[in-house]
Design a binder for this molecule. Structure first.
Ligand SMILES: NC(=O)c1ccc[n+]([C@@H]2O[C@H](COP(=O)([O-])OP(=O)(O)OC[C@H]3O[C@@H](n4cnc5c(N)ncnc54)[C@H](OP(=O)(O)O)[C@@H]3O)[C@@H](O)[C@H]2O)c1
Length: 284
């Protein structure tokens, strides 16, 4: 039986630890080329998304910026995230990377700026985070966050600055659902944002019986069920699609609720296996 009564309104933004409001669902743009980004982001904004996730590394900031500027949606209604890449760690390099991203995006501020990876082999992520906090104080970014950080990296940021980042964007899907990290971050007021949320790198999450049974029960697609699972677990979620029909489908997740049993059945798919790089390794 569906019941949404008593549940947090998941279509409402989440309040971050710095007071900034962030939509819980956004459009992810990894592997959306600069030439297709404009059309895709326009489709996302038309479908109702108000959070767009890009990165300097994705090479599509120009197209993303053009889409926002031409969409008719006021800039202040769009929550725009980009990320500083690993070759721009350190105070001066991060500041230069931020200015270059703002230029490509055609905007004078970001809603959220993330350190893409901790890159522990460089050992510069605390200095990089300091640069983000300075940019926040100057009004160039509204919120300072990170991506792919482990608790040990987050602790170091806190020791260096006295602040926790507002968001940690990490690999998270039914095969790798990070319950300990989510709980650890919730205790410290760090919002968890799921990347790779559909688990498509595994090729099989959307075919799992726990997912397809819930999809059938609610008359929804497997993708919608998994996106809803993220939201009900308290995560911010940024699915990517290059197809306008799926972009719209992935946003249509507010008219139903998964039951506790359905949530648990999907939680049980946890395998502890990452698809991406281990952020504690020296690969990045
Ligand atoms: N911080 C990081 O290190 C990091 C790493 C990876 C990703 N990200 C961010 O997270 C976003 C999402 O992650 P992701 O792009 O890796 O993976 P994802 O959103 O989990 O999956 C995208 C894939 O799923 C397909 N898809 C989308 N909607 C679908 C649906 N309803 N049913 C079936 N298939 C569907 C897409 O194909 P079509 O395009 O053909 O529809 C695409 O192949 C990225 O775009 C990026 O913004 C961040």
């Amino acid at each position: 039986m569906d019941t949404i009564a008593g549940m947090t309104d998941l279509s409402a933004p989440v309040r971050l630890n710095d007071g900034v409001s962030m939509p819980r669902i956004g459009y992810g743009t990894y592997k959306v080329g600069d030439d297709e980004a404009q059309e895709a982001v326009e489709a996302a904004l038309a479908a109702g998304y108000r959070l767009v996730d890009t990165a300097e590394m994705y090479g599509n900031e120009v197209g993303v910026g053009r889409a926002i500027a031409g969409s008719g949606v006021p800039r202040e209604e769009v929550f725009l995230t980009t990320k500083v890449w690993n070759d721009h760690h350190g105070a001066d390099a991060a500041r230069a990377a931020l200015e270059a991203s703002l230029e490509r995006l055609g905007t004078d501020y970001l809603d959220l700026y993330l350190i893409h990876w901790p890159s522990p082999k460089q050992g510069l992520y605390a200095e990089t985070f300091q640069a983000l906090l300075k940019a926040r104080d100057e009004g160039l970014i509204r919120s300072a966050g990170v991506s792919n950080f482990l608790p040990e990296h987050l602790e170091r940021l806190h020791e260096a600055t006295g602040e926790w980042p507002s968001v940690n964007q990490v690999e998270l899907h039914p095969y790798f659902n990070q319950p300990e990290l989510r709980a650890w971050q919730a205790e410290r007021g760090i919002a968890t944002e799921s990347w790779g949320p559909l688990g498509q790198r595994t090729g099989s999450v959307l075919a799992e019986p726990a997912v397809t049974a819930a999809a059938e029960a609610h008359g929804k697609s497997p993708g919608q069920v998994v996106i809803r699972w993220h939201l009900q677990n308290g995560c911010i979620v940024i699915p990517k699609s290059s197809k306008a029909s799926r972009i719209a489908e992935n946003f249509d997740v507010f008219g139903f609720a998964l039951s506790e049993a359905e949530m648990e059945a999907i939680d049980d798919l946890e395998s502890g296996q990452r698809q991406g790089i281990d952020p504690g390794s020296n690969e990045r």
